[in-house]
Ligand binder design. Structure first.
Ligand SMILES: NC(=O)c1ccc[n+]([C@@H]2O[C@H](COP(=O)([O-])OP(=O)(O)OC[C@H]3O[C@@H](n4cnc5c(N)ncnc54)[C@H](O)[C@@H]3O)[C@@H](O)[C@H]2O)c1
Length: 422
């Protein structure tokens, strides 16, 4: 077991003392038994769910060498047909994912279906000896999240969770905060604001609900699992932690058609250890604030430069600038010993400059989005750990579900209370 795996496993067990025993994790670290099925180092891939994100991921896969999409599955024929044509009319087509999993030469499976299906399909894929790239949010219940961790630890297969947080920018923010660049962090504000309804015009009424799955609780957890979950995963990574409790409110305010169930207006406050508050909001009626995440500390604020396209907030993970706003008692980054190679230090306050006269500065970092798909294949080939693994996916899932529970019950819900569900 490598070091990273060991320490994250220890963290998992620390937070789940009672749970750990019931998970039967005695074979954690069992050797990976899925050798590549194909000679010449080629990885064969099956994709389950060939909708919008599925096509995006297939485009990414096709850019890589030594990876072949051999199988595709979707219950909605037009999506399957479209994806197959886009794949050069190559590969087998399936309407039942279990038939895809029966294909022995497949090494890895991409699960790109609505949240409801993520864990059942991923568990079956792992049982079939396939590595899994599962889109966020990983799990739709605490029980499912725990089952995934147990299964991955048992099989030793690789699971990558498709969060958009794997960028140099996030690494740099983590580094800056850890080294004390903005003092003690006490608040984080995150927004995921848009101006759209999530409603897809589907002519065939039989398919309306299934393809507009984001509107219904049966399929997903609404804004918490579809949008704010990205930011939860990022904050948890930056703070090396997760929320201990949450309160919140959520309502369907403007988009009431189609018997919509999931809220279009959500506000929650997570509390992290040491009383750090995370205010998280998502609404579909005003995109002005877009997608953002600001870290407030006693000496300053880190705010990635937000980007908005039209009136639809876009999560832009390739931003290459961080705004730092100084409080009057700030120190120069140099005096804090922050000399990260990625950060151009001339951009922090110079020794002659005072935070009162220069309250904010843009620090340029190399904010390139790292390639999660390529990294997943590298993990399979070289027995490395996925950048965003199953334990991180489990924690972010439980936290998103915890927020929805707090909103539904109209009271504070704690992490410990959530663990009793699993
Ligand atoms: N990481 C990101 O930034 C990001 C962005 C968008 C979507 N996603 C995630 O990707 C997943 C898919 O989202 P999308 O926008 O592509 O949705 P989508 O509706 O466009 O595609 C989902 C597809 O799954 C198919 N499907 C549904 N049930 C199925 C089943 N049981 N077996 C096989 N196919 C089935 C649907 O017919 C549809 O074609 C979701 O989990 C979503 O949260 C992640």
């Amino acid at each position: 077991m490598n070091k990273k795996r060991k320490s994250s496993r220890e963290n998992f067990l620390k937070g789940t003392t009672v749970l750990g025993a019931s998970l039967g994790m005695s074979r954690i670290g069992a050797p990976m038994h899925a050798k590549l099925k194909n000679p010449n180092n080629i990885i064969n891939v099956g994709v389950i769910g060939t909708g919008s994100r599925g096509n995006f991921l297939m485009d990414e896969i096709r850019k890589l060498g030594n990876v072949v999409i051999t199988d595709m599955c979707d219950v909605y024929e037009p999506h399957l047909e479209h994806a197959w044509e886009r794949n050069g009319k190559k590969g087998r087509k399936h309407s039942d994912y279990r038939r895809l999993l029966e294909q022995k030469e497949i090494d890895a499976v991409f699960v790109v279906t609505p949240l409801k299906y993520h864990v059942p399909q991923s568990l079956d894929a792992l049982s079939a000896g396939k590595h899994v790239y599962c889109e966020k949010t990983l799990a739709y219940s605490v029980k499912e999240a725990n089952e995934m961790v147990r299964k991955v630890n048992y099989t030793g297969l690789k699971v990558q969770v498709g969060y958009a947080r794997w960028t140099n920018l996030v690494e740099n923010i983590k580094n800056l905060i850890k080294k004390g660049a903005i003092g003690k962090v006490h608040h984080i504000f995150t927004h995921y604001h848009r101006n759209n309804t999530w409603v897809r015009p589907i002519k065939d009424k039989r398919w309306f609900r299934r393809l507009n799955w984001r509107l219904y609780w049966e399929y997903c957890g609404g804004q918490m699992t579809e949008l704010l979950s990205h930011q939860i995963a990022e904050i948890n990574y930056v703070l090396d932690s997760h929320a201990v409790s949450v309160v919140g409110t959520g309502t369907v305010d403007f988009y009431k058609g189609y018997n919509r169930e999931t809220w279009d207006n959500v506000d929650v406050i997570f509390e992290y250890p040491e009383h750090i508050k995370v205010n998280s909001t998502s609404n579909f009626m005003n995109a002005k604030m877009g997608v953002s995440l600001e870290y407030l500390g006693t000496n300053g604020t880190i705010a990635p430069v937000p980007k908005q396209i039209g009136m639809v907030g876009i999560l832009d993970t390739s931003k290459d600038k961080i705004n730092i706003y100084w409080e009057t008692n700030t120190k120069h980054l140099e005096s804090l010993g922050i000399k990260g190679a990625d950060i151009k230090l001339g951009q922090s306050l110079n020794v002659s400059e005072s935070a009162v006269r220069i309250p904010g500065k843009v620090i340029e970092v190399s904010g390139e989005q790292k390639d999660l798909v390529a990294q997943f294949f590298d993990c399979i080939r070289n027995d490395k750990e996925p950048a965003i693994g199953v334990e991180e996916g489990r924690t972010a899932s439980i936290q998103a579900l915890m927020a929805n529970k707090a909103i539904r019950l109209g009271r504070k819900v704690t992490w410990d209370e959530m663990l009793t569900e699993g």
